[in-house]
Design a protein around this ligand. Sequence first.
Ligand code: GRF
Length: 202
Amino acid sequence: KRVAVFISGGGSNMLSLADACAAEDFPAEVVAVVSDKATAGGIAKAVARGLKTLVLERKDFAGKAEHEAAILAALDEIQPDIICLAGYMRLISGDFISRYEGRMLNIHPSLLPLFAGLHTHQRAIDAGMKIAGCSVHFVTEGMDEGPIVAQGVVPLLPEDTADTLAARVLTVEHRLYPLALKLLAEGKVRMENGKAVRATES
Ligand code: GRF
């Protein structure tokens, strides 16, 4: 399966997906890295890997609709089967999502449905949580709201700061996202009636 990875930042999740895809028996390949930030650290990392990069900054377009139309047009040439959002910091419209319905994943560094949105690690600490983690979910219109495909858990320690917790969760993100992508690429999970449904073993 052909995968486009969307980033806005450092791109460590993008790299973990690219690394997994580089393995011979992995059922997907990264065909493009799309960024809404020219300065995203992940762009240089993608270029260094020889991955195709596309930078489309919001400020270069009149509005959100025009920006998304340009991304969709670029994707039409690349023909991805799957889109993985990996630290992409824009809310994508329903029109866009419907074009890739059931074929779009996002990773969020919390145990959804807890702590959707920003400052998720500090909120987990403030809530007195004893565990934290990350979730890969199908993308739907609400932010961080779609059906959950897979989750990973880490302990939340008394001495944790948002930064130390983020680093611990990130190591699990790097393992979880390739696993979730593999499930989708192999047709072992699909979105149905607002749920992520696992195919039964045959
Ligand atoms: C990750 O924690 C991801 O879950 C969140 O933003 C961070 C992106 O990190 N949505 P990176 O760009 O993949 O290094």
